[in-house]
Design a protein around this ligand. Structure first.
Ligand code: ADQ
Length: 444
């Protein structure tokens, strides 16, 4: 069997593989678990001066982890400014937030070329190479320049807009041209696939694009949730609620996740339906992410203000309506929280997939499941049709969905959950990886 080579910007260290708040890491952990593999990427370290050009190697079971450091300049320009300051807002349809600078794009190209130069000597002839995400759009083309003839697949975890939007980025044509050198491009949804094809046909390019919606390891998450339903932190949370219903939101603190609109929706619920006053608590867990990018600092302030406003307006001496936490919560505790939560509010303005929605479903108690409120603009929406779907830009719809969920009969909750659970159980992370790789092995 040929070896699987994974390349992603971040390579998890052992601790992180258990605790990380990154979606890619969770999905890929599944993919390499049962094969011999090499996982190559950035170590997470950056240094002011020229870094040692060494590749750091670590072995864990049958997987070799190979990482390189970046300079602080590369970290700032390639990672913060270009990947997170230009590509991320573009792909999430937030054109006003794009900060494009030629120097940052140059750094992006250089880091993609650096990855290729460091990876090439580690490759074997029959390796299958699978590159991940928006940081590494040009890696395949750079490897080909070095005469690497292996099959190279690429998966984009975030959305891709149609050409009418994508063309806003001055270097869009060059990026698409590099992307067309991959043997297979995988995306999350049918819509992303159509958009890719729209971009390729407008620029006279082509390669095979298919959609492979990513999943979770549902059995494991369900077990985690069951085991932790009475974990000390979960018991303390339940005690603190004193019988009130729990609405949970779990995200990285990112402007794509629609957190302000969600809090406004919760506020409207309390305004419009006084019967829920002092009967429900919203727990929003959103660890700070990409704090070096200015848009994220603004978001932090906005969410602080909005949650403070709701609490000051509606709170009483013994009821705080919104609990906003930027501390991270360990994964096993989150699983227990999910199982106890009556409602999950998963309302991104755009999302490649959104695995939190699937984790919430997997964590539920089948005899008394909670209700998933899901953005119709999340990549998970086409699969999770039995969720209460809302337009995430509209706090009124969020308020109505919350009211419906809070008053939903158990039989209806069970029926909806069973439909959701079938989807989550069917389309696992392992299956996602297997399907991508089987198509990759047959192309060309
Ligand atoms: P993310 O934007 O990071 O991922 P998401 O898919 O929702 O988003 O979450 C990924 C993982 O991170 C999940 O396992 C989740 O539990 C965990 N996570 C999120 N918030 C957390 C928190 N506050 N504390 C602890 N863990 C947290 C990107 C894309 C998504 C896509 C994934 C996978 O943006 O659209 O679903 O990659 O492809």
């Amino acid at each position: 069997m040929s070896r699987l080579v994974l390349v992603s910007n971040r390579v998890p260290d052992v601790k992180e593989r258990v605790q990380s708040a990154g979606g890619l890491i969770v999905g890929l952990g599944e993919a390499v678990r049962d094969t011999e593999g090499l996982w190559f990427g950035w170590s997470g370290q950056h240094h002011e001066n020229a870094v040692s050009s060494d590749v750091q190697i670590e072995q864990l079971h049958r997987v070799t982890f190979a990482t390189i450091d970046l300079t602080t300049d590369q970290y700032t320009r390639f990672y913060e400014n270009f990947a997170n300051g230009a590509l991320w807002p573009l792909c999430h349809y937030r054109l006003e937030m794009i900060r494009y600078r030629q120097e940052d794009y140059d750094s992006y190209k250089k880091v993609n070329a650096l990855f290729a130069r460091k990876l090439a000597p580690l490759l074997r002839e029959d390796d299958v190479i699978w590159v991940h995400d928006y940081h590494l759009m040009m890696l395949g083309a750079e490897l080909k320049k070095l005469n690497i003839r292996n099959r190279i697949g690429y998966f984009l975890h975030i959305p891709l807009p149609p050409w009418s939007v994508t063309r806003v980025l001055p270097c869009a044509g060059a990026l698409l041209s590099a992307l067309s050198e991959y043997d297979l491009i995988g995306v999350q949804t049918e819509e992303d696939r159509e958009n890719f094809n729209s971009c390729f046909s407008a620029t006279g390019l082509s390669t095979r694009v298919e959609h492979f919606p990513i999943g979770i390891a549902p059995e494991e998450f369900r077990e985690e949730a069951r085991r932790n339903v009475d974990a000390p932190e979960v018991v303390r949370l339940m005690d603190s609620l004193r019988g009130r219903k729990l609405v949970i939101g779990v995200d990285r603190l990112d402007y794509s996740k629609g957190i302000p609109e969600r809090i406004k929706g919760f506020e409207k619920l309390i305004q419009r339906y006084p019967q829920h006053e002092a009967k429900v608590v919203m727990l929003q867990i959103a660890p700070v992410s990409r704090a070096g990018v200015s848009a994220y600092q603004h978001l932090r302030r906005e969410v602080d203000e909005l949650s403070g406003h709701v609490n000051a307006t509606f709170g009483t001496f013994d009821w705080t309506p919104v609990r906003f936490l930027t501390q991270s919560v360990p994964r096993h505790v989150l699983a227990g929280f999910h199982r106890r939560a009556d409602i999950a509010l998963v309302t991104p303005l755009r999302d490649g997939m959104n695995l939190v929605a699937k984790e919430y479903v997997a964590a539920q108690d089948e005899d008394d499941p909670g209700v998933l409120i899901l953005s119709s603009l999340a990549g998970a929406a086409p699969e999770l049709k039995a969720a209460l779907q809302v337009n995430p830009y509209d706090p009124d719809q969020i308020a109505e969905a919350l009211h419906l969920a809070l008053t939903m009969k158990k039989e209806v909750r069970k029926k909806r959950w069973r439909f959701l659970n079938v989807e989550v159980q069917r389309n696992t992370a392992a299956r996602w990886a297997a399907e991508f790789l089987s198509v990759l092995k047959e192309v060309r």
